[in-house]
Structures are given as structure tokens and as C-alpha cells.
Design a protein around this ligand. Sequence first.
Ligand code: ADP
Length: 250
Amino acid sequence: MTFSRLSPANLLMRCSTDFLTRMSIISFSHVAKQYAGSISALSDVSMEIAEGELVYLAGPSGAGKSTLLKLIAGIERPSAGLLLVSGQDMRKLNRTTLPYWRRMLGLILQQHRLLNDRSVLQNVMLPLLVSGASVKEATQRARVALDRVDLGNKADLAPQALSGGEQQRVSIARAIVHKPRIILADEPTANLDRDSGRRVMDMLHAFHTAGVTCIIATHDERLLQNADRVVQLERGRVIAMHDAASEVGA
Ligand code: ADP
């Protein structure tokens, strides 16, 4: 069937389906970030990230990877340009909307910041309790999240009793317990040995396969070898974008 034979209603449906399948969940348009008293952490960043994509942010220390993730997370605000995350203009996010909006994000940081005076299970329950879930519901969902990272048998231990890799997996469970649409991971394997790092990456890839948009900052070249899409940053600028099908200088 050619386009000319489509009825106006079909044409509209076809166009909107096409639009939706290509719709980006994160859109940077000439975004810049300047911290007080510092050089530009990010300059003129423009790119689109589609729903369900797995994107690596690569570049040396100081390139702006963490800053880019913090802008998406609403931890920092752009100094200039337009950043839309799931349609939300990030410069207009306010204190009232931020906590609700953040629930669609899962944050995995280099330092996992687990609370050592609580059990592994309680650590994973915490984001749910903060957002108003009952203890019963939070317990059930935290146990499911811990099973997904293969730590169901360590739920009652204190975080210090776990290895570094296991602690990072607890932080993944905590990040995914509220079923986020977007996972942001900042150097998630930085302090881990090779096997633990691979396990963490396998888990992040599994979430991507399940349809979650994943953005992972790393300076570990090994992680980039099989990546579908890599955004290369240097001194706050996107200097190249590579994807499995093409390689485009930015
Ligand atoms: P990366 O994650 O690639 O190592 P960052 O985003 O952490 O890079 O840092 C980019 C630049 O912004 C660096 O020059 C860094 O010193 C600066 N920077 C990052 N955070 C702050 C901050 N809170 N205040 C001032 N400068 C900062």
C-alpha cells in the first residue's frame, strides 16, 4: 500500500505510530552547564536518546559525564539550552514535582552509599517507604528486586558483610525497586574486580533488554567494545557519536 492510497485517518495513525516509535525520551538541545567559579562542565550538547536505548557516555575524567547524568537526574540544572526528559523541561522542574518525577529514574553511582545500620533488605525498601508504600508492599517488592540481582539469600545481612560487587548489586536493586523507565549509572564498575564488574554489566544489559532506557558513564574501554551506541565527551563537548550501524562525528 502506498501512502497516497491511505485514508486521512490511516495516514494520521501511520504518521503518529512512526513518530512514537522514534520518539526520544531524552532530548538535549544546545545544553551547557557552568558550575559557579568553574570552567564550562558541558558546552553546546545536542543529542536525542530514544526510549529503550542503551547509551554509553565515554571520555576521560573531567570530560563532563557525571554532569550530563546529573542534568538528566535533575540533580543539577542546565545553565543554557533545552533539556527535555520524558517531556519535562528540566529547568522548570520544581521542588514539588521533583520527588514524584524522580521515581521514574534509577540512579546507580560509583559510591553506593548504603546505610550500614540497616539490613540489605531495609536499604532496598527505603525508596519505597519514602514514597509512601506500606511496609508489607515495600518488603515484597524489595525481595523481588534482590532476587533479580541474585542476592535474595543475603537480604538480612548488613551491607558491610557483603563484597564490593555484592554491595553494588544491592545499589542496583535499590535503583530498580520502583521500576524506573530510565537507569542512570555513573562508573558502576569502577571499584570492582573484573568478574564482579561483568556481573554488574550483565544485569544492566538485562534491564535494557527488558525495555528500560539505560545511560552508563564509563572510562573503561573494555565496556565499550560491544556497545551499540557510544557518546564520546571531551572537555564538556560531544566530540563523537558511534553506533552499531554508523559512526558520526559530532
Ligand atoms: P567526569 O564525570 O567526566 O569525570 P564531571 O562531570 O565530574 O566529569 O566534571 C566535569 C567538569 O566540571 C570538571 O572540570 C569538574 O571539575 C567540574 N565540576 C564537576 N562538578 C562540579 C561542581 N560541583 N562544582 C564545580 N565544578 C564541578
